[in-house]
Design a protein around this ligand. Structure first.
Ligand SMILES: [Mn+2]
Length: 349
């Protein structure tokens, strides 16, 4: 079973093991993943916690902040019995060590206050300057999923996965790569195929096809009623949304429109305007564009073809927010060298 691990995977695990072995055996670990976690975040936090507990006999708790919003993600937690705590209800001081997984410190989706330094950062987004300060970091930006990195640790540590854990890894990789439609590495493919042999197809089916709340359809209708665009860029805007992760879901959907190469969706949740962009161009740097889009008042990040972020909600009523969304759309058009004055509603006729 160890044969399938690359040299890189083995040497990174050796460094991980050495680091863990030099930590206090009695101290508690908090494994934190990004706000409003997606399947990759949920799987990666679950598997890293398992490695710490079963591979190293450490006390470890997996946690997230925000909400598990998408019906698919709620079904994933329910069907696979994933044990994650709401970090808001935990006392951070009672954990000696924090491991951040699928995100990096001082970024837009990190649950960790800026003043608290993590012991460990394991992620697949491009490395951010804030990560260099962590005593241990394992950043592999060519991997499609952070779950792949943690699954490699699990294999290397010799701890067997349960069938439900294998299912979580498989679902995370499929969802992060849109069923291998979006960029992935050989490692993602190898880990997927290895754990797929143990995964439970009936539960995968249940996770992918959950019952949906009425507000999902209402949000979809709103997104489709507010389509606009210029050239090969398609845009939509949403008012207040029940959960922020509907915003990237709509951006994914919009990008499937024939002829489009870029999509953006924005939506309001509490005091933030969330924004997601997507592109079909594998050489693009969506993450950098997102950071320029949100500017210094917001936070953003991502990968080459997908990115997300937020800016503080504009003061004023609904109209102020709509104008803020229009400015965001115009700025994105500008960054993509498209004529923002030609942004117009899109319809089927
Ligand atoms: Mn991820």
């Amino acid at each position: 079973m160890r044969m399938m691990l690359s040299e890189l995977a083995r040497s990174r695990f050796a460094a991980f093991r050495e680091h863990i072995e030099n930590t206090d055996t009695r101290a508690r670990w908090l494994v934190l993943t990004h706000n409003n976690p997606d399947p990759d975040a949920l799987a990666a936090a679950t598997i890293l916690t398992k490695v710490l507990r079963s591979g190293f006999r450490r006390q470890a708790t997996a946690a997230y902040r925000g909400i598990i919003g998408r019906a698919e993600n709620q079904e994933m937690v329910r069907s696979l019995g994933l044990q994650l705590s709401q970090a808001r209800r935990l006392k951070l001081d009672t954990y000696r060590y924090v491991a951040l997984v699928d995100c990096q410190p001082a970024t837009g989706n990190s649950p960790l206050p800026d003043e608290r330094a993590p012991e460990m950062v394991i992620d697949h987004h491009p490395e951010r300057p804030s990560t260099a300060a962590a005593p241990f970091g394992d950043i592999r930006s060519d991997y499609a999923a952070a779950a792949t990195i943690t699954a490699e640790y699990l294999l290397a540590s010799g701890v067997p996965a349960t069938r439900r854990e294998a299912t979580a890894i498989v679902y995370a990789i499929r969802s992060e790569t849109l069923d291998f439609c979006r960029g992935f590495s050989a490692a993602d493919h190898t880990i997927h195929d290895h754990f797929n042999a143990q995964a439970l197809p009936r539960l995968l089916g249940r996770i992918r096809n959950p019952r949906l709340p009425l507000n999902y359809f209402e949000t979809l209708r709103e997104a489709l009623a507010n389509l606009y665009g210029v050239d090969t860029l398609i845009l939509s805007r949403l008012g207040p949304v029940a959960q922020p992760d509907i915003v990237p879901e709509i951006a994914d959907l919009l990008l499937r429109l024939e002829g489009c190469t870029w999509s953006m969706c924005s939506g309001l949740h509490e005091d933030r305007l969330y924004c997601s962009i997507r592109t079909t161009n594998p050489r693009a740097n969506a993450s950098r564009i997102m950071r320029r889009l949100v500017g210094r008042h917001g936070r953003g990040g991502g990968h080459g073809m997908i990115a997300g972020g937020w800016i503080p909600k504009a003061k004023g009523g609904e109209d102020a927010v709509r104008r803020q969304q229009d400015r965001l759309a115009a700025r994105l058009a500008g960054l993509l060298r498209k004529d923002s004055s030609r942004i117009a509603p899109i319809s089927g006729d």
